[in-house]
Write a protein that binds this ligand. Structure first.
Ligand code: F0G
Length: 470
C-alpha cells in the first residue's frame, strides 16, 4: 500500500469524478441570516449549536443522523406503509433486507440506534462486567454504564492522534484486549463492543484483518463480539480502497463478510440506511434473541414494529439496498474528501486520514492558546456559526462528559469540531462555502477567546449544556 495522504487516497477515483449517481427532483429552500441575527440566536442557545433552531441555520452540518435525503423509491415506499399493530408486511421486508445485506439471523426494529443499544446492554451486560470497545460513543457508553458495565478503551493508540495517517485507525489493539482478559478473566468481560468507522476518532475504519484476528482471540476465550453497524457500509468502502485483496469486492460483499465475524449488531439506521428515523438490533443466537424480543415490547413496541410506523420500516428496507451500492458510497465519501482537501490545501488542521462521514477540525491546533478547560472545540463551533450560519458540533471535552467515579471532566486527547455531511443533501458549491467560512474563522483565530460552562445537565451534557464567552 502506498503512503496515504488526503490526495493519494482520492486517486482510486482516477480521472473520473465521484459525481453523485442521482439528480435532484425536489428542493428545500435555505434561509440566510445576518450576523446580528446569528449573534442573537447563539446567545439564546447558550453557545451550544444543539440548542439553535434549524430555521436560524444556513448549512446544517450538525450531524449525518436522520438528515439524509430519501430517494423517490423510498418516498414511494412510504405510501406502501402497512400500519398494522402486529405483523406488518414492511417488517418482513426490513427483516429480509437485514438478513440479506448484513447476514444476521434475527432482528427487531427499534426507534433509533440508542433504543437498540439499550436492549443489547440490558441483555448482555451483568453488573460490574467490563465492556472493551474501540473508543467510546456517547450513547453507547452511557447505555453500557447504565446496565452496570465498565467501558474500557482498547482502540490502537494511533486513533488518539489526529495526525497519524494509519489507514485503519479504528482497529482494536489486541494486546490491550489480551491484557484486560489476563487481568480480569474472560468471565468479567460482557462482550467486545466493536464499531465500524469510529465516529469519535474521526470516522476511522476497522480492517477485515483486525476483525478476523479479534474473532480468533474471542473464540479462544468464549467472548462475543457485538458490532455497532451504524456506519459499517462506509467502513466497507475503506476496506475496498485500502486492504490488500479487496479492491474487486463489492461494498455489499465486504459488509457481509465483516458482519460474519461478529455475533450481532445494533444499528442507527438514521445514518447508512438512508432514512430519517429508525434502528434495529440483530443477533444470531436464538436464546439471546428471545430475551431481546421480550424486552423490546417493554421499551420500544411490539417486536414487529419496535417504535416505528410501518412506512418507516419500508423506507429503511429500501434504504439498506440503496445505501450499499458502490456508486452511492463512492460519491458520499468523495464529497467528504472534497471538503477535507480544500481545508488541508489551506493548511487548516483536520483529523487525517479524512474519514467517512465528516471532517473533524482539530481544535487543539486551531486554537493552541485556548486550554481544554475553556472548550476550544465548542468555541470553534460557535465561531463558525457566527461567521456564516453553518452548524457544526463539538466532539471533545464537553462530549466526553465526566468520570462517573471521580466526577472530573474526561479530558480526551482529541478535541474536535465535526462538520458532518448529510447523505445526498448538499452540493459541491455548499462545500465550497463551508470551506471558505472555516478559512475566515481560521484567519482571525488569534483574537478568539474560549467559553465557560454555565449549565450542565446530568446525562449526555453536550446536548443541553449552556456556555458564556470568557
Ligand atoms: N452509534 C454511533 C456510532 C453513532 O454515531 C450514533 C449516533 C449512535 C450509535 C446512536 O444512534 O442517534 O440513532 O440513537 N450518532 C449521532 C451523531 C447522534 O450525530 O453522530 P441514535
Amino acid at each position: 500500500m502506498s503512503e496515504l495522504t488526503p490526495k493519494t487516497m482520492g486517486q482510486q477515483f482516477g480521472r473520473r469524478s465521484w459525481a453523485e449517481p442521482w439528480k435532484i427532483k425536489m428542493v428545500e429552500p435555505l434561509t440566510v441570516t445576518s450576523r446580528e441575527q446569528r449573534e442573537r440566536a447563539l446567545t439564546e442557545a447558550g453557545y451550544n449549536t444543539f440548542l439553535l433552531r434549524s430555521e436560524d441555520v444556513y448549512i446544517d452540518l450538525l450531524t449525518d443522523s436522520g438528515t439524509n435525503a430519501m430517494s423517490d423509491r423510498q418516498w414511494a415506499g412510504i405510501m406502501l406503509g402497512d400500519e398494522a399493530y402486529a405483523g406488518s408486511r414492511n417488517f418482513y421486508h426490513l427483516e429480509e433486507a437485514v438478513q440479506t445485506y448484513y447476514g444476521y439471523k434475527y432482528m427487531v426494529p427499534t426507534h433509533q440506534g440508542r433504543g437498540a443499544e439499550h436492549l443489547i446492554s440490558q441483555v448482555a451486560i451483568k453488573h460490574g462486567q467490563y465492556v472493551p470497545g474501540n473508543m467510546y460513543f456517547t450513547t453507547t457508553r452511557l447505555h453500557q454504564e447504565l446496565a452496570g458495565g465498565i467501558f474500557v478503551d482498547v482502540i490502537i493508540d494511533e486513533a488518539h492522534d489526529a495526525t497519524s495517517l494509519h489507514p485503519f485507525k479504528g482497529n482494536i489493539d489486541l494486546d490491550k484486549l489480551k491484557a484486560l482478559i489476563k487481568r480480569e478473566g474472560a468471565g468479567r468481560i460482557a462482550y467486545v463492543s466493536l464499531a465500524g468507522t469510529v465516529n469519535m476518532a474521526g470516522g476511522q475504519p476497522v480492517s477485515l484483518a483486525n476483525v478476523k484476528a479479534l474473532r480468533a482471540l474471542c473464540d479462544q476465550h468464549g467472548l462475543k463480539i457485538y458490532l455497532d453497524a451504524t456506519r459499517m457500509m462506509e467502513n466497507a468502502f475503506f476496506i475496498q480502497e485500502r486492504e490488500a485483496g479487496y479492491a474487486d469486492h463489492s461494498i455489499a460483499a465486504i459488509l457481509k463478510e465483516f458482519c460474519g465475524y461478529t455475533d450481532g449488531a445494533w444499528m442507527s439506521a438514521k445514518k447508512d440506511n438512508l432514512v430519517n428515523i429508525g434502528g434495529w438490533l440483530a443477533v444470531n443466537d436464538s436464546d439471546l434473541f428471545e430475551e431481546i424480543r421480550n424486552l423490546v415490547v417493554v421499551y420500544e413496541g411490539l417486536h414487529t414494529y419496535g417504535g416505528l410506523a410501518g412506512r418507516d420500516m419500508e423506507a429503511m428496507a429500501i434504504g439498506i439496498a440503496e445505501g450499499v451500492q458502490d456508486a452511492h458510497i463512492r460519491s458520499r465519501i468523495g464529497q467528504v474528501r472534497y471538503l477535507g482537501e480544500l481545508l488541508t490545501d489551506w493548511g487548516i488542521p483536520i483529523v487525517l486520514p479524512i474519514g467517512g462521514h465528516a471532517i473533524f477540525l482539530d481544535a487543539r491546533r486551531f486554537y493552541p492558546h485556548i486550554p481544554q478547560s475553556e472548550f476550544p472545540a465548542q468555541t470553534l463551533a460557535a465561531e463558525l456559526y457566527l461567521d456564516s450560519g453553518i452548524r457544526s458540533m463539538e466532539r471533545g471535552v464537553v462530549s466526553a462528559g465526566r468520570d462517573p467515579e471521580t466526577g472530573d471532566h474526561h479530558y480526551p486527547k482529541l478535541e474536535l469540531t465535526r462538520l458532518t455531511i448529510p447523505r445526498r443533501v448538499y452540493t459541491q458549491a455548499h462545500m465550497d462555502v463551508v470551506a471558505e467560512s472555516v478559512k475566515a474563522v481560521y484567519d482571525v483565530r488569534a483574537q478568539t477567546r474560549g467559553l465557560k460552562m454555565v449549565f450542565e445537565p446530568k446525562y449526555l451534557r453536550f446536548f443541553q449544556a449552556r456556555f458564556e464567552r470568557l
